[in-house]
Write a protein that binds this ligand. Structure first.
Ligand SMILES: *Cc1c(COP(=O)(O)O)cnc(C)c1O
Length: 216
């Protein structure tokens, strides 16, 4: 169930940090998304390509962010409309996005996902791999992508010091490249967004606090 009280509180909490809110609507019905969109929420995040496509077809006016793990063979389907792809974790994927964006004359905004957690379930590049891509020659040839910043997920733990140190590490890496259009740091979800904001997040991705717990 959509929780507007929580939503309003989170929007207020973001103001002093000047951070953006991505309402993570995966598995949630489009009626609730529509309701929140008309209430004033602009950006929504989805994890699954098919779900994103069907929700976009119903609500094309929403700015859709893809926050899941993107397979190369599905890139083509979302490039025509997706605002920001958060979880790019290889040069090959960047090249595919560039290729498909070029075909339709778009410049696709992307974030590089960095592996910061102490959990093997999370994906992303190591800082060293990311630096290699961001400083490499290949990237300058990709004219139809714009790398707008970094994204990361902290360890799922109650130990705040671990979460904080992971976000700090991501922020430090971000600061090495932070300039002009490289200015988005996507970190923080329902359980840890306050720590993420304190550590310099510019974009939080929040689902369950807004839409309620997901089944399963
Ligand atoms: C599901 C998801 C979120 C939101 O998680 P909540 O705990 O519901 O806020 C944020 N980021 C990513 C990458 C997700 O997959």
């Amino acid at each position: 169930m959509l929780n507007l009280e929580n939503y309003n509180r989170i929007v207020e909490e973001l103001i002093p940090y000047d951070a953006h809110l991505i309402a993570v609507s995966k598995t949630k019905p489009f009626e609730e998304i529509r309701k929140l969109f008309h209430y004033g929420q602009k950006y929504f995040g989805e994890n699954y390509v098919q779900e994103l496509i069907s929700k976009h077809s119903i609500l094309p006016e929403v700015q859709w962010h893809f926050i899941g793990h993107l397979q190369r063979n599905k890139v083509k389907q979302i490039i025509p409309f997706v605002s920001l792809i958060h979880g790019v974790d290889s040069l090959k994927l960047l090249e595919e996005i560039n290729k498909e964006a070029a075909k339709i004359n778009r410049i696709q905004d992307c974030l590089i996902e960095i592996f910061i957690a102490k959990e093997e379930t999370k994906s992303g590049l190591t800082p060293e791999e990311a630096i290699q891509i961001l400083s490499g020659k290949e990237i300058t040839g990709l004219k139809n992508i714009s790398i707008r910043g970094l994204m990361g997920m902290a360890t799922n733990t109650k130990d705040e010091s671990i979460i904080r140190s992971e976000f700090k590490m991501l922020r430090n890496l971000f600061d090495e490249y932070n300039r002009d259009d490289f200015n988005i740091l996507s970190m923080g979800m329902t359980s840890d967004y306050k720590i993420a904001l304190e550590e310099g997040s510019t974009m939080v991705r929040i689902g369950s606090a807004i839409f309620g717990e997901r089944a399963g």
